[in-house]
Design a protein around this ligand. Sequence first.
Ligand SMILES: [Zn+2]
Length: 642
Amino acid sequence: MSDLAPDLGPKPATAATAAINAAAAELSFLADAADHQRAVRGRVAQPSSPTVVHPGGWEVWNLASYDFLSEPAPAEVNPSLWRQAGLNREAGLFEVAPGFHQVRGLDLANLTVIQGEAGRIVIDPLTSVQTAQAAMALVNEHLGERPVTALIYTHSHVDHFGGVRGVIDEADVVSGKVRVIAPSGFLQAAVSENVVAGNVMSRRATYMYGPLLPKSPRGHVDAGLGKGIPLLADQGLIAPTEEISETGTELLVDGVRIVFQVTPDTEAPSEMNFHFPDHRVLCMAENCTCTLHNLYTPRGAQVRDAMAWSKYLQEAIDLFGEASDVLFASHHWPRWGTDELVGHLARQRDTYRFLHDQTLRLANHGLTSLEIAEELRLPPELEAESSSRGYYGTVNHNAKAVYQRYLGWFDANPAHLHPHPPTEAAARYVDFMGGADAVVAKARVSFDEGDYRWVAEVVNHVVFADPDHLEARLLQADALEQLGYQAESGPWRDFYLTGAQELRHGHPDLGRGSTVGRDTIAAMTTEQLFDLLGVRLNGLAAADRTWAIDVTVTDRGERWRVGIERGAVHAVSAEAATATSAAATVAITADHPTLAALLFGAKTLDELEEAGALAVTGERADLEALAAVVDTFVLGFPIVTP
Ligand SMILES: [Zn+2]
């Protein structure tokens, strides 16, 4: 679609959108100044610079690009999201309690530092090395230089570990100078979430977080959870030295007593809250933030357990509530006062439980996912509570998540059991509706009536039937754009506006598939590498032959037998290979990073052999035949067009 005019910029809000956003401006909590007071309370210093610059010269973070948020909400932004966006822009170094400080607004997440006896304990080293370095520089500038003696990961998401190499040196971890503490299952969860589905999740994240959008009142304004994600920054991972597996575990960390609550399968598969009993301070990780969180994250991930999440919040109240004067989390601003923080925990508990229970109540009445999501509303007290608003998750998509967790994608209506895929359905719909031009003409009337959801649904058929129908693409873009302008959720806005942008300008060339860093590869088991091979294998193309490959992983002392039959991979350790395993025809000897480079497709067999990193014995032609049926992914695949 390179013949599309390149200067197709965003459009203003229509009268219908302006009216909807004007009505939203009447929400009672928008006038409440308490969140703003919390967001600025205890500020020790502003960031020394609004930008964080990569050594390569580009900006990975730029707070100044959000200066437009100091203006009143324009018609192109939901006023509730605009308020959240302004609160998330309150950046700098903040005192949370004596000896407890947070750096906020220099990354999607918060970095927290605690005064220890010999140095500092750091909680969550942000998404990237560069933003973490900027945060630590701000800490050291205003609180004095002190060594980091311990680092705690609250959970297994990259915005809470990716910047670790900007905070500590691995040599100090190896030598025992720095303790690294994480919830049980941290490493496995951190690695597995982003590998076998990594490329598609990365592409969908470009819709969810809006990195391809301009930052402007007609573009990206906020992610709901924080401003956004650092761009093209370096990430790493240092494995924990201690894992917490039991609630009630108490550690003395650099002279500071910490009591842990493990909360698996809540906001992350591996997560924990913890309490500082001598300071009456509670860290709620990402389990209790100032938004309705995601039970399903639209970038794509396994659905989370709303029931478990709610019950762990009750447990946190029971364990720590009365013994706390302040609650902080790894996003957003803290809550001060025992009553206030217990109330906050209780409202979050009830929000997730309500969504869970009411979705299932309606499902048991026979309502389907779409029907439940359309009908479900939080009770008035929660709807009037800013921290239960859908800035990140939404009631709508979280209800679908609960349905999916228990009942899956199918609504039991056999008309939906075997529908045509989008392109095939689109051609038939458009034909039945009188052709593309007729559909667009009718849809334009719906657009003028402000019925953008319907336009998006129906014109999508025209776009998928005929992606070169320029008028349809542009009308579809206009409809998605107005939906984005109306959205209270940052990710919904970014999804809509990114879709509109790609309809106008074509989908982007983002190069090869998502890459995985050296640290993540090092944390992968060899079996996970073979799992990835299975996902890259073009099964039908491989189905007419078999492979049996011996793999020796020199640096890990492992030997594997990898079999491929009927287009599917199976891998067992050589010791476990039995008489039922086919005898290997070819063998590979390499270390783990080399094997990873081969299986991720970063290097070819020839290149690795020439470099002397890999040795092949036996039938080399078998490996060449395998390479011919292994796919390579590209990141920028189309989403809003076929
Ligand atoms: Zn996070």
